[in-house]
Design a binder for this molecule. Sequence first.
Ligand code: FAD
Ligand code: SF4
Length: 284
Amino acid sequence: MELLRPSSADEAAGALGNGNVALAGGTELVPLIREGLVRAENLVQLSEAVPRGVDGTRIGAGTTLAELEVDPQIPQALREACSLAASPQLRSMGTIGGNLLQATRCWYWRLGFDCWLHGGERCFAKDGAHREHAIFGNERCASAHPSDVAAALLALGATVRTTQRELPLADLYRLPAEDDRSTTTLGSDELILELDVPQPEASTYLKAMDRRKWAFPLVGVAAARANGEIRIALAGVAPIPWTLDGPAALDDATPLPGTAYKVEIARALVRRALAHVNDSPHSS
Ligand SMILES: Cc1cc2nc3c(=O)[nH]c(=O)nc-3n(C[C@H](O)[C@H](O)[C@H](O)COP(=O)(O)OP(=O)(O)OC[C@H]3O[C@@H](n4cnc5c(N)ncnc54)[C@H](O)[C@@H]3O)c2cc1C
Ligand code: SF4
């Protein structure tokens, strides 16, 4: 395996595909390669190829979570989501681009079971241990998307610029289907370059987790108010980051026996998040 070091986005995108895989901070990709869950012929290092840093509402895909959590230009929901994710060491290596593309933490998937998401016939979590799993979109795969950051960005109405297109963040994700089991719409030779995150009037991110630090979201709730409208998005509740049309939409949840408790947590966090964004005169 070689480490390729392209100096531009075009060169990097040109090097992808045919088994060549993009490497940002490596906090997700390296363990997946080590466990044999991702096969890579060569690694394409992105550090000189994708933008890094914050410029007004624009965030380079190579910006680390540690940089974002302390930047006063960044809306509160995104700063909170970054600061509640992973550990300080991981946040100083992990980029926002890589965070959006992280794979499920479902242990059946991580342990290499031949489950439905890996192309098999069965979802082992549905019959087995599924306390951390989904309450929405879980008909075929009940995994729960682990990105705090994606939920915050969805609520904030972020858009994504790639080497090929510009799209609302919601369109970066898709529920896996019988004929295509991936959870993103990103092509194998496509790179995320930057995000555009409009400034809200008020926003927040609240997270329920097993420990107070360094734990994936059992349920994460982001809310943002912009132009008088409020958007809500959830982490840890569906195979992809989940937009919630309003608190009443939680009545449509389809929890598994072991995840019903998540609906009640989501109700409480949504109530608190809405109170925050409604009460904040202008806190972004
Ligand atoms: C122990 C642990 C705990 C964690 N806890 C949390 C948590 O609580 N909440 C949370 O939100 N996250 C959590 N994370 C995830 C962490 O934030 C991500 O691992 C990190 O942000 C990934 O960024 P990276 O730069 O290291 O990505 P990499 O590992 O380099 O890449 C990840 C994936 O993204 C692709 N990729 C990276 N950048 C681009 C790009 N610009 N364009 C196209 N493809 C790209 C890579 O090819 C790879 O498939 C945790 C991770 C670990 C290991
Ligand atoms: S929840 Fe998804 S990833 Fe986990 S076992 Fe079921 S199909 Fe596989």
